[in-house]
Design a protein around this ligand. Sequence first.
Ligand SMILES: NC(=O)c1ccc[n+]([C@@H]2O[C@H](COP(=O)([O-])OP(=O)(O)OC[C@H]3O[C@@H](n4cnc5c(N)ncnc54)[C@H](O)[C@@H]3O)[C@@H](O)[C@H]2O)c1
Ligand SMILES: [Zn+2]
Length: 361
Amino acid sequence: MKNKIAVHMRPGRHRSYDILIKAGGLKTLPSIIRKKWPGRRIFLVTDTNVSRLYAKNLQHAFDDVGIDSALFEVPAGEETKSIDIYYALIGALLESGIKRNSLVIALGGGVVGDLAGFAAATVLRGVEFIQVPTSLLAQVDSSVGGKVGIDHDAGKNLIGAFHQPSFVLIDPTVLRTLPVMEFRNGLAEVVKIAAALDADFFRFLERNTSRITRTNARFLARVICRAVSLKAAVVEKDERESGLRKSLNLGHTIGHAIEATSDFTMKHGEAVSIGLVAESQLAVAAGLLAVDDYLRLSRLLVQCNLPAKVPSGINEKRFFRSLSVDKKNTGSEPSFVLLRRIGVSLIGVRLPLPRIQALLR
Ligand SMILES: NC(=O)c1ccc[n+]([C@@H]2O[C@H](COP(=O)([O-])OP(=O)(O)OC[C@H]3O[C@@H](n4cnc5c(N)ncnc54)[C@H](O)[C@@H]3O)[C@@H](O)[C@H]2O)c1
Ligand SMILES: [Zn+2]
């Protein structure tokens, strides 16, 4: 099985990079770095959970091959994507002597990837960085594509940049320690990618749901590889999300609004799962999607232990306010990515609010 994906960004080959997906790959990182980035100092950023499990060992492994590294630990959780922690991290990197030719490594979930990536994009006007994602969500979604950033009180991910990594190393064996809830979170994005872009991959997931477990690293490597290849192909064609990349927002228009209405107590993947189902109901009602495809999608999500129903008692007013302030909406009516059939999606479909209201009720 091919486990290396080359991402070719335009313009210029210097922005191209490899993604390596390999069970046990984390152990090989020091030797890869010694070979490809000889003599560079490493600034390893991680969170408190991942530090305990993996970062300290990784730092020892760097020592063993004579690579100089410094470790920076941030608290685990979304609150870490804040201006205060970003500022403190930049301070710590500078104090430890970061230079333009240093290498930042983000070892952790999407929070660490987004924060460390944004720090790398901005400190000294930008240094190279490597993504070593450790949550399923980060492995299939956030580590690929170059979006980095932090949150603002006005909303999530409102401060950020496009800064492509120089290398992405994905080791599915680290998922065995990921909490089950977090694993499901990532599965929602896998189902989204398959539903939006690839009917064969979707069928593969339907046939193999029982094999997708946190400890089945070899099988997960196959799943992650398919998902990442699809995302990388989209990002190559449309880095800045002016067209095709929007298809990756399938389920996210309603998903984001549900997440925001829950004051972010609901996990992103659960909200996306509900969003995928609700948006495909909208697609059926709009005459775009066959009922059978809608049923396949909701069945697969339920088999992955993800929710498929809008929670009862949702605050409608807040929900619709969130729907219309979503940063990806440019007009007054919310814009959706809707399924035409499994594997084929339409972007920029505007639907009148009353139709969405009727569905929610
Ligand atoms: N940049 C992008 O394109 C993009 C795309 C999607 C999501 N995101 C961002 O990603 C973030 C969510 O990422 P996430 O779901 O990975 O959250 P996270 O980084 O908070 O990780 C979830 C939890 O799992 C823990 N963890 C991570 N790996 C572990 C492991 N191997 N073993 C045990 N525990 C582990 C973390 O410490 C944390 O407690 C959000 O901030 C979101 O905005 C970014
Ligand atoms: Zn998402």
